[in-house]
Design a protein around this ligand. Structure first.
Ligand code: SAM
Length: 235
């Protein structure tokens, strides 16, 4: 569980309200059950339930195993149709994504007003939080909406991978590009269902144009391919 504030070893804490329902009704936890908490500094601990009313736990030991990828992966994806975005956020969080930027592609199909964006954000943040918890991650990816790609600053990343469908037969593989760089921060840019326009492709000409294999993948499959390749390169 991701908790507010910090905890210390061998001390007892009352669980945040946000997790009570899950602990009591979903996990049906009882005294002496053990689980993990991650505090707001990203430290993970093994804890033991000491009381159920109120839900109280004792911090037993710090978990030092590093579960996060050694690189920060920021995923740029247009908003996808239907529940595809939910799938991308959930699965990409499991696969270790650090941040999602939902930008407006030239051929974006889905367009939301700012009120709708706000409510979507709440939903996506919940999906990311639950996926992080289930994957036992120590970080929850940040999610935000953004405008067009050409208005953004990509120089902030050590490496920018432009996943261009027209490169399927000619582009470098992600693995080869990662080998050639010692990047700590990587942006991976994906297009919408209808693909990138020539203008978007031109904007990314100076960056690393990569192929995600030889076949054209669905917009929701492409990030999962890229993150799996990146994960297997580093792990
Ligand atoms: N029409 C399908 C759909 O509705 O999902 C295919 C969409 S594909 C054009 C969407 C995005 O996935 C592309 O803009 C690109 O970022 C990425 N992509 C898919 N296959 C790729 C490949 N083989 N190489 C590089 N990028 C790829």
């Amino acid at each position: 569980y991701f908790i507010e504030g910090t905890v210390s070893l061998n001390e007892s804490f009352v669980m945040d309200d946000a997790h009570i329902h899950h602990i009591k009704n979903v996990m049906r936890a009882k005294a002496d059950d053990e689980f993990n908490v991650v505090d707001s500094t990203g430290n993970a601990y093994l804890v033991r339930l000491t009381d159920i009313d109120p839900v109280t736990y004792e911090v037993i030991e710090k978990i030092n195993a590093e579960v996060e990828l050694p690189v920060n992966i920021t995923l740029y994806s247009p908003l996808l149709k239907g529940d595809k975005m939910d799938v991308v956020i959930q699965k990409s969080t499991e696969l270790g994504a650090h941040e999602f930027i939902l930008y407006k592609a030239d051929r974006s199909v889905v367009k939301l007003n700012s009120k709708k964006e706000e409510s979507r954000l709440v939903r996506y943040e919940k999906i990311a939080r639950e996926a992080s918890e289930q994957s036992r991650r120590t970080k929850i990816p940040a999610i935000s909406f953004a405008g067009a790609l050409k208005a953004m600053d990509f120089t902030q990343y050590d490496l920018v991978l432009f996943a261009y469908e027209d490169n399927n037969l000619t582009g470098r593989s992600i693995k080869d590009v990662l080998k050639a760089h010692n990047a700590a921060s990587v942006a991976v840019v994906f297009g919408p269902e209808g693909g990138f326009t020539e203008a978007e492709a031109e904007f990314f000409r100076p960056y690393e144009n990569v192929a995600l294999g030889r076949r054209i993948l669905r917009a929701e499959t492409a990030p999962l391919y890229a993150l799996s390749v990146i994960g297997s390169y580093y792990e």
